[in-house]
Design a protein around this ligand. Sequence first.
Ligand code: AMP
Length: 210
Amino acid sequence: MNLILLGAPGAGKGTQAEVICQAKGIPAISTGNMLREAVKNGTPSGLAAKGYMDKGELVPDDVVIGILKDRIAEEDCKNGFILDGFPRTVPQAEALDRMGVTIDKVIEIYVPDETIAKRLGGRRVCEGCGASYHLDYKPTRVEGVCDSCGSRTVIRKDDEPATVLDRLKVYHEKTAPLKDFYFAQGKLVTVIGQEEVQKTSELTLAALDD
Ligand code: AMP
């Protein structure tokens, strides 16, 4: 089963990707996490991506497509995968088609922009393993320390308020057209993001069986 999670930054794609990963036993692949890792390690892709990411802009398609292609060729993806944050443009979706990847379902998690802006302010990520937390909705057991690996949790540079507005603009201009792209193929299911994560998870899992 190959799935795509679509939605604005901060809609909860990463959290729901983990929920599906647990429920279905297929890996969740976040191009954002992979790019942050590449930046941290100073790889050529990371160096190419950093400036765009800090400003909340999209990294050029060829850089991201290259990273994604290598990742889905790995052994753990052979029974399927969940894409979180990819594709983000119509050319990226077309690249997936050209790779011969069949997408079974696209789940859009819809959250209004005002709610997004509020949510991202409380988001924290682990500098070690990239795990995502939220001060109100998903706090770490010990403040500022990752539950999984014990590294520090920090605010992402692109979660700062001015950058969040830019990212929302980019989402509406470049990524939202993918809804029409996949609706036309009969693959789009929309889940309304709920205040309680648990409820969104129930709706997301139900959407998989739709
Ligand atoms: P995310 O963690 O998914 O919000 O991604 C963080 C940042 O990484 C984005 O603001 C982009 O700069 C970059 N990024 C992640 N995925 C993609 C993608 N599929 N295409 C272009 N840029 C991406």
